[in-house]
Design a protein around this ligand. Structure first.
Ligand code: HEC
Length: 123
């Protein structure tokens, strides 16, 4: 009986922990909104264009995890992408955001690349 309670308590704690990191990733996409809109290109490409360029959250997460080199980016690093011309020259701006808002936070365990990418794909 006691053991069952312990297991239930542990499960509840783990679920709260998971919800917390998801909330952090969700909050971050709000920061991203300073430069990214859902449907329209702005300072950065729209979330819809990002979704189209990467196809799924796991692919975007993998490019982030791999260091997010400009040549690996599906928009700024791909001359065949319709938004390449517009954003290739702005790649440095996103490199700064990646370091500060994404890479550093993942290193500190705030959330995972996949959680953040999933947020971007849920828009
Ligand atoms: C200060 C403005 C700014 C902020 C804030 C910002 N971005 Fe960007 N982002 C850009 C610009 C400019 C580009 C275009 C250059 C590029 O694609 O590398 C871009 C491009 C991107 C791309 C496409 C990369 C490619 O070329 O394939 C993704 C994905 C992305 N941003 C995600 C995010 C996420 C997630 C956040 C929030 C954590 C964020 N951005 C915050 C300016 C910003």
């Amino acid at each position: 009986m006691k053991k069952t309670l312990m297991i239930a308590a542990t499960a509840a704690f783990m679920m709260t922990g998971l919800a917390a990191t998801e909330a952090v990733a969700g909050g971050l996409t709000n920061k991203c909104k300073a430069c990214h809109k859902v449907d329209k290109n702005a300072t950065g490409p729209s979330f819809k264009h990002i979704q189209a360029a990467y196809g799924d959250a796991a692919t975007l997460a993998a490019v982030w995890a791999g260091g997010f080199a400009v040549s690996d980016r599906h928009i700024a690093g791909n001359p065949d992408n319709e938004n390449y011309k517009k954003y290739h020259k702005k790649a440095k701006m996103m490199t700064g955001q990646y370091k500060k808002l994404i890479h550093k936070k993942v290193e500190h365990g705030k959330f995972t690349y996949l959680e953040l990418a999933t947020e971007v794909f849920s828009k």
